[in-house]
Ligand binder design. Sequence first.
Ligand SMILES: [Fe+2]
Ligand SMILES: [Fe+2]
Length: 378
Amino acid sequence: MRKIGIFGGTFDPVHNAHIAVAKAARRALGLDFVIMMTGGNPPHKRENKILDAKLRHIMLKLAVRGEPELVACDWEVKRPQYSYTVNTLKFFSKLYPEGKIYFIIGGDSLEALDTWYMPEQICSLCTIAVYKRNNLHGVIEPIRKKYNADIVEIDGEFLDISSTALRADYDLMMKHTPPAVGEFIKKYGLYRDHGSDMEVLTRLLKPQRLRHSIGVAKLAAELADIYGADRDTAWRSGMLHDIAKNIDYETSLVMCGELEAELDPVERTIPALVHPKLGAELIKCLFGLTEGEITSAVRWHTVGRQGMMLLDKIIFVADMCEEGRSFPGVEDIRKAAHENLDRAALMCINSTIEYNLSSANPVHPGAYAVREWLLKNL
Ligand SMILES: [Fe+2]
Ligand SMILES: [Fe+2]
């Protein structure tokens, strides 16, 4: 019979003790594997601000890389509703009808089982495997009796650390998270107060790319004044538009999958076309931005789209002709940008198509459609 461990948690962030517990449970109980389940919206943490689930799940995947018996699972994250343990257990019981499910929890969680949603059903669906975080004396027996629960203990001395403690002490977090997780936290500036976009961009972008982004922000703000868009929103969109540009192609594709950035088949095969859509999703996770003007401007800044909104066009044009750009014809586009935004956008798309054709680069079919749309609207 298959023996499957399920170890759920907010994993905000996942740390070394989580991994140690999962591995100890697997060894002690002879489990085939342990499913580590990133919690989506834990009901008991509704009021607290927790890091975006997609980012927490990426970190969990990094943490279990190289641990073949540990599987990072985002089933709860993908569910639209709040994630109750009982639903997770029902799902996996059906998935493995011949299997035996061990639900791995800490002693403090077991103590609070009464407050969980449908504790009787939880106990009927699994064996509870409890690891000690503190003294379990007097905790197990009452629950065993009350719910007729099958409870086993996982022996072992586990480091007494919690994600809450790590969030309060950045150095401690670096010390007690797997190296790949620590690097991810550092790189994306997680668990820091994002004082400014600049702080995050400085870490993610090469200096030249950062200078370009500042150039786009400056021109976008100028164009916003001319055409009646919000100056601050234009500035921010310009700063953020290339946030994903320096992430390598392989990693970008993986992150697109995790963050649910939908690439069309052409974008998928052209590395330069991955960063706009990834960037749009990334700024939602990192800065809590909701879908709106900024995400749209970031998403469409390279190829454009039919029906572009004012800010889409501003960033599209500013990206092409900010002060750092130098290519034949850029002065004409810059001039047009200050006189007629649609004409400038058309010049940009023509220039992109011409450049790609002359360099034998593929042209995204959307570029021709945008060109047609702009021509119709001039
Ligand atoms: Fe770009
Ligand atoms: Fe750019």
